[in-house]
Design a protein around this ligand. Sequence first.
Ligand code: AMP
Ligand code: ZN
Length: 125
Amino acid sequence: MDAHSHPAHDPDCLFCKIVAKKIPSRPVYEDEDFYAFHDIAPWAPVHFLLIPKLHIASMAHVSAQDAPLLGRMMVLVPQLALQEGCNPYPEGGFRLVTNTGAEGGQEVRHLHWHVMGGPRPWLRG
Ligand code: AMP
Ligand code: ZN
């Protein structure tokens, strides 16, 4: 555990393995703290996942100590959305989704934000 009480990584976590490049992914963006990559089963013309490299299990696990990290993560969203081909607001835009827990539809227990956009119709949503 680090100062933020999240483990830096979990050896059994799919997205930690993606961050460590033990499992391949198609990169969208990377810096010291974050990684973004294309969703393997996209719902929309643009569909990528943005994750902190730190193994935060879900939005249910965040606390005030995580606010600076999550704030920087939030600021990346509109930047990366445009970079990946989402059209400009307001005619374009994007959808930001984070499934949390079983009833929230979360399958991978490493915090991830779905960013979806592009011309409609979409496969889902
Ligand atoms: P969630 O249901 O919110 O936990 O979403 C997990 C997402 O991860 C789904 O949209 C999957 O398509 C996506 N996913 C699962 N495995 C991979 C992978 N190896 N590379 C990229 N995306 C993945
Ligand atoms: Zn993880």
